[in-house]
Design a protein around this ligand. Structure first.
Ligand SMILES: [Zn+2]
Ligand SMILES: [Zn+2]
Length: 363
């Protein structure tokens, strides 16, 4: 069904209805619904979505746990698909190409951060793939739990052809969220890197840091994850509940990625850093973390954070994964299983990312 929509500026944009899966309210189960997508403008790429990863942010947003969710909410920002049509000015993509979309679909493109390729830190604010103001149609953006998406060319990514497409999807959030800090803090040969927490983010951190040439030490509270962390490439795995094991790495690591979103003692990990070492948070615990001054002062340590990555860096990450044959470990589901998948996600019961086979939405 096609319709004409008049934007706030008075320009008319054609839209068409597409099938999606979303939440009508914070306490509602996700269910099938219809949303409007714009027909491609001259700079747009229209993508038929084949796979969409399930990120913990999807669940937080669908349930309004971070507040500010606009309903209906269609989550999904780990999108892989096939280009079906392009606008007249598009040069990088043609129908039939594989393409990907991550957490961002636009930004101001003019601020100093955007000019540096740091769209994730855009000053006036970037446009997130879902639950952000839609510059074209007003209302909110809708994510990848849908048949198709229309995105401006500059925010569409190329997918390495040698990789399994479904397992590429989680690279768009979990992959770039760990790749960006590893690059920023110069992880490479000769560096000892700690990855705290083995889940969607952590398991990508292990694979990427290892491919960059670092020595990788995983910290987990679960004895059941020790063997798996080694399979993923970890050189050593430490049970963080065991003080003797933790003491072995005190003051020894150059860099730590902390991917834990549950409450935990951050000082135990800051104490692992050697001189000038940094710890970057990529997990987001609900309550403030208690940092002791003497976890930072003695070795001139830094406590930092990092959020996804810019568009150029996301492409660099995808190309790096293509070169090193890196994808996410996934469990494929149909869209009709999404509510059940959210419950399992809450229990950490997935190795290590759910990916929705979007063909199921056509049923
Ligand atoms: Zn995400
Ligand atoms: Zn900007």
């Amino acid at each position: 069904m096609e319709a004409v929509k008049t934007t706030a500026e008075g320009t008319k944009i054609q839209t068409k209805a597409v099938k999606a899966f979303g939440a009508a309210a914070a306490d509602a189960q996700l269910q099938q619904m219809s949303i409007q997508r714009r027909t491609p403008t001259p700079h747009d790429v229209e993508i038929e979505i084949l796979y969409c990863g399930v990120c913990h942010s999807d669940l937080h947003t669908a349930r309004n746990e971070w507040h500010g969710t606009i309903y209906p909410c269609v989550p999904g920002h780990e999108i892989v698909g096939r280009v079906v049509s392009v606008g007249s000015h598009v040069t990088k993509f043609k129908p039939g190409d594989m393409a990907a979309v991550g957490c961002l679909v636009d930004s101001c493109r003019e601020c100093e951060y955007c000019k540096e390729g740091l769209e994730q830190y855009c000053e006036p604010g970037h446009t997130q793939t879902y639950n952000a103001p839609d510059k074209h149609l007003g209302k909110q953006t809708f994510g990848g739990y849908s048949e198709s998406i229309v995105v401006t060319e500059g925010f569409v990514l190329r997918v390495p052809e040698n990789l399994d497409l479904a397992a590429v999807a989680p690279l768009l959030c979990a992959g770039i969220t760990t790749y960006s800090p590893l690059k920023h803090w110069n992880v490479g040969p000769g560096k000892k890197v700690g990855i705290v927490g083995i889940g969607g983010l952590g398991h990508m951190g292990v694979k990427l840091a290892k491919a960059m040439g670092a020595e990788v030490i995983v910290f987990t509270t679960s004895p059941s994850k020790v063997a798996d962390a080694k399979r993923l490439g970890a050189d050593d795995v430490v049970l963080s509940t065991d003080e003797a094991q933790m003491a072995k790495y005190a003051g020894k690591l150059h860099f730590v990625i902390d991917a834990v979103s549950a409450a935990h003692n951050i000082n135990a990990y800051l104490n692992l850093l050697r001189i000038d070492g940094s710890l970057a948070l990529v997990g987001a615990p609900e309550h403030p973390l208690k940092v002791e001054a003497f976890s930072l002062i003695p070795y001139r340590r830094s406590f930092a954070g990092s959020m996804i990555g810019g568009i150029a860096e996301t492409q660099e990450m995808l190309d790096f994964c293509g070169k090193h044959n890196i994808v996410s470990d996934i469990e494929m589901i149909n869209i009709q299983q999404i509510n059940e998948a959210y419950e399992r996600l809450l229990k950490g019961d997935v190795k290590y990312r759910f990916v929705i086979n979007m063909a199921s939405l056509k049923k």
